[in-house]
Design a protein. Structure first.
Length: 285
């Protein structure tokens, strides 16, 4: 009698399905210089338009300034007058503070803007958007709630006008500045923005230490200068800082949303890897 040999059926194991990789984002490119200049031009036009309204709202701005000062005094937080009189009695320090007030806001900010645009386009756009949004918030408050600085109120000394400043452009800067734009302090808004930029530019090691030191020292110095020269109230300083912090949060949220949308777009339109699974006939043993 013939014995029939039985064969055990073993299904062939399927090969692993390759995981589709997410394509890397394209390298960041610099924003066109024409776009950046157009943004500056628009912001300058808005500021100039607000400045033209100043003569019509002088009395209202003075009342608002006095109201802010009275509110601070009711809280026991009104260091402006004592700092202003102290600085006015120290000519050399007042002269240095006057030059710092006139020039640092433009020179330091421009250096960070130019450097990030040229060397770090990967972080430039969120930083640029933060600065633009902070200015737009400030302009909105300038329009809705004009505030005269302390130096225009009785009992204060206009230190910047009294001691002057280095260079022939000093008086021109004062002439073309909006005199009724104390709230919020854009000096502080821009200083805090520079701190954010410095921290993001520094990646590791001693650069981070240097950036952290600058991030604390520059806004603090700016605060002391704008208060002691009679150009801002303490509430202006807090409001200017808040403008930039809120703008940074909004700009970062927008950037993350854009990055997520871009990632989904690349994943959706990238070619799928070959996932051919070869069918094997049953093997017998």
């Amino acid at each position: 009698m013939a014995v029939v040999e039985q064969h055990e059926y073993t299904p062939a194991s399927a090969p692993p399905v390759p995981v589709q990789p997410v394509p890397a984002p394209p390298p960041a490119r610099r924003s066109p210089i024409v776009v950046e200049l157009a943004v500056v031009a628009v912001l300058g036009w808005i500021y100039d338009w607000l400045q033209n309204l100043a003569p019509l709202r002088r009395q209202l701005a003075l009342r608002h300034g006095q109201a802010i000062l009275s509110f601070e005094m009711s809280l026991g937080l009104s260091p402006e007058r004592s700092m202003d009189h102290w600085l006015a009695g120290h000519h050399v320090l007042a002269y240095i503070s006057s030059d710092f007030y006139d020039n640092a806001i433009f020179v330091v900010t421009f250096c960070f803007v130019a450097w990030t645009w040229w060397r770090r386009p990967d972080i430039y756009r969120p930083l640029r958007n933060t600065l633009v949004l902070a200015n737009l918030i400030g302009f909105t408050v300038f329009w809705a709630y004009p505030v005269a600085p302390p130096r225009m109120l009785p009992g204060f000394i206009d230190v910047v006008e009294k001691v002057g400043g280095f260079g022939s452009w000093h008086n021109e800067l004062i002439k073309h500045a909006d005199q009724l734009a104390a709230m919020p302090s854009m000096h502080l808004a821009w200083a805090v923005w520079c701190s954010f930029a410095a921290w993001r530019l520094a990646r590791r090691g001693w650069r981070r230490v240097l950036a952290g030191t600058f991030a604390l020292a520059y806004p603090l110095t700016t605060t002391l200068v704008v208060l002691a020269t009679g150009n801002h109230y303490l509430l202006d300083v807090l409001a200017g800082t808040g403008c930039t912090v809120l703008s940074a949060l909004a700009a970062d949220a927008w950037a993350r949303n854009r990055q997520g949308a871009s990632r989904r777009h690349r994943l959706r339109h990238s070619p799928s890897p070959a996932t051919l699974v070869t069918s094997k006939s049953p093997s017998f043993r």
